[in-house]
Design a protein around this ligand. Structure first.
Ligand SMILES: C[S@@+](CC[C@H](N)C(=O)[O-])C[C@H]1O[C@@H](n2cnc3c(N)ncnc32)[C@H](O)[C@@H]1O
Length: 332
């Protein structure tokens, strides 16, 4: 079967096939932390979709409003290409871009990629129906795995014989989950996965008052709390754990000094939990927390300079009228 017909390039992928060393390292540290990728099993992806609909959660609709206005311009600037999306989830906002590429015409390939295999496969199937003239193939994997795959798989030649230019896109300000040293490493990986002339489209959440930020991550319906707690269910399932979710509470605060939301789970008792598969016992003291996510809020000028130092030349920047969110298009 030609790879054009496959839905997911690596369908035999064992989701998060790592050995949980990052979980062990994070839970042995003081203070404890866990990588945000563990939010996302099928339930976590579903809960994230619910978060996107919350009145307090401004990032999704703000980024969508920028795409609604400028997707045509973005598609014209990059031209028809291979669009590889990191952490694509349901690809809902990306459809605005796909519609724009459809208007540009020509050969186009979309490669959504995500560590959460269920939502990825469902969205690939839906998109193949909606855009029958596009080549669409998903890739299940972490950002590291995806970027390594891209590095060793240069952009394909389209069916009309021309080589497709690659555009990597990373929406939803997921880049804000990287602390500074990880962001540095990530941008190097993007550069390594790009050839001169390739594009990188990055969505970033911008700095704004704490009064807007904190409710966005502590919504009144408790959906974000359920999403945060789901990380423990995911670990229970994946590593045969016995975390008691009732003993943890969710809270997100804005750390003004670091310009980042910090989301934690607080343990309400002195208690020990175990993760059998990892042969790990974890002691908690009453009030002790696990840092499950940081979400950095960027200064547009600073991040642009950072991208330029990585050889990613800023071509154009778009924001919403309130300057709450930004989209940056760079060229390698
Ligand atoms: C905040 S959601 C954003 C989804 C979508 N891009 C959007 O803008 O609405 C993050 C997405 O990235 C995926 N993800 C999280 N950590 C990841 C990792 N380390 N590698 C690959 N995908 C990851 C999640 O499964 C999820 O679909």
């Amino acid at each position: 079967m030609s790879s054009q017909l496959l839905t997911v390039i690596n369908d035999n992928y064992q989701a998060v096939k790592n050995d949980g060393q990052d979980v062990i390292a994070g839970l042995k540290k003081s203070p404890k932390s866990l990588p945000p990728k563990y939010f996302y099993d099928d339930r976590g992806s579903e809960l994230f979709e619910d978060i996107c609909q919350l009145p307090e959660y401004y990032p999704t609709r703000t980024e969508a409003s920028i795409l609604e206005e400028y997707a045509d311009e973005i598609a014209q600037l990059t031209g028809c290409c291979e669009l590889v999306e990191l952490g694509s989830g349901s690809s809902t906002k990306t459809r605005l871009l796909l519609d724009a590429y459809q208007k540009v015409g020509g050969s186009f390939r979309y490669v959504p990629t995500d560590v959460s295999g269920g939502i990825l496969k469902n969205s690939v199937l839906e998109l193949k129906e909606k855009y029958p003239n596009f080549s669409i193939e998903g890739f299940i994997g972490t950002y590291d795995e995806t970027l390594a795959h891209l590095k060793s798989n240069p952009t394909p030649t389209s069916f009309v014989g021309t080589s497709l230019n690659r555009t990597i896109c990373f929406l939803g300000s997921s880049v804000g989950n990287f602390p500074p040293e990880e962001l540095d490493r990530f941008l190097n990986q993007v550069t390594d996965a790009s050839k001169p002339g390739n594009y990188f489209l990055l969505g970033i959440d911008l700095q704004k008052p704490k009064e807007i930020l904190e409710p966005a991550y502590n919504d009144s319906q408790g959906v974000t709390a359920a999403f945060n707690l789901n990380m423990l269910s995911h670990l229970n399932w994946r590593f045969q754990g016995n975390f008691d979710l009732d003993l943890f509470t969710h809270k997100a605060i804005y750390n003004q000094e670091k310009s980042q939301i910090e989301m934690r789970l607080y343990c309400q008792e002195n208690v020990t939990f175990s993760l059998e598969i990892l042969d790990l016992k974890v002691d908690f003291e009453k009030g002790e927390s696990i840092l499950t996510e940081v979400s950095r809020k960027f200064d547009l000028a600073v991040i642009q300079t950072e991208m330029e130092t990585k050889g990613l030349k800023v071509k154009k920047v778009w924001t919403d009228p309130k300057k709450w969110f930004g989209l940056i298009l760079c060229q390698a």
